[in-house]
Design a protein around this ligand. Structure first.
Ligand code: MN
Length: 237
């Protein structure tokens, strides 16, 4: 390898690291916050250590889920957009622009999964979960009646999502909070819905720890991991 290509790769790696670090810091500062404005896209750093969500999610699950699955979506997206106009767009813009286009399913699926996974990692934190406090608690009460009803509705959506998909707390029209479920890579953000939280219910998210017991995973996720601060930061004023 020539020294010229060596230094180019090093520079690209350094830039990728800087962009990834920047996007992580900004996730909590702006509404969506995936700050990379063009490709090639980098895998954003996890907001915590791989073992930080034990005992709800093992480091083995996080290791595969983040290090293999999420990474593969980012890598496959970069391959799919190489040499196309899409490489100069932001991740969010790619997801929105390719949604529903049967000729762009590879780009859409990988871009949406890259976006959804970054949103998922930030929807969790160590020692999270349980009832929210502050403004988000008021929104939950206004929209669902009380926290118990919200918890029940979210868990029911998770177990009734047939096959792979996602469950979301989102802010619909009129600022009311709603629980949505989407299949495969689909994400409510393509319709302009403000996403507040998401729980990944693909089997790869829980099977090593819970096998077929999706409800146990989702209840533990709600009780111990939900990052309500992140949800509050996404909410429209
Ligand atoms: Mn996943």
């Amino acid at each position: 390898m020539s020294s010229a290509s060596n230094s180019r790769i090093t520079r690209r790696r350094l830039m990728g690291t800087a962009l990834a670090a920047g996007s992580s810091a900004l996730i909590f500062g702006v509404r969506v916050g995936f700050s990379q404005t063009t490709g090639p896209f980098s895998l954003p750093p996890l907001p915590y250590a791989e073992d930080a969500l034990i005992p709800v999610i093992s480091s083995t699950t996080i290791g595969f889920h983040y290090g293999k699955h999420h990474k593969a979506y980012v890598d496959n997206l970069n391959k799919a957009v190489e040499g196309t106009e899409w490489k100069d767009k932001s991740l969010g813009d790619i997801v929105k622009a390719t949604f529903g286009d049967q000729r762009k399913t590879t780009i859409y699926n990988n871009a949406a999964q890259a976006w959804n996974h970054t949103f998922y990692w930030n929807s969790m934190r160590p020692s999270g979960g349980g009832e929210p406090a502050g403004i988000i608690a008021d929104h939950v009460k206004d929209s669902f009646g009380d926290y118990t009803k919200f918890r029940q509705e979210f868990a029911t959506a998770a177990v009734t999502q047939f096959g792979s998909g996602w469950v979301w707390l989102a802010q619909g029209p009129g600022k009311k909070l709603v629980i949505l479920k989407t299949a495969n890579a689909d994400t409510p953000m393509v319709r302009g819905t403000t996403c507040l939280l998401t729980c990944d219910v693909w089997e790869h998210a829980y099977y090593l720890d819970y096998q077929n017991r999706r409800l146990d995973y989702v209840n533990a996720w709600l009780d111990k991991l939900v990052n309500w601060e992140f949800a509050s930061q996404q909410i429209a004023a």
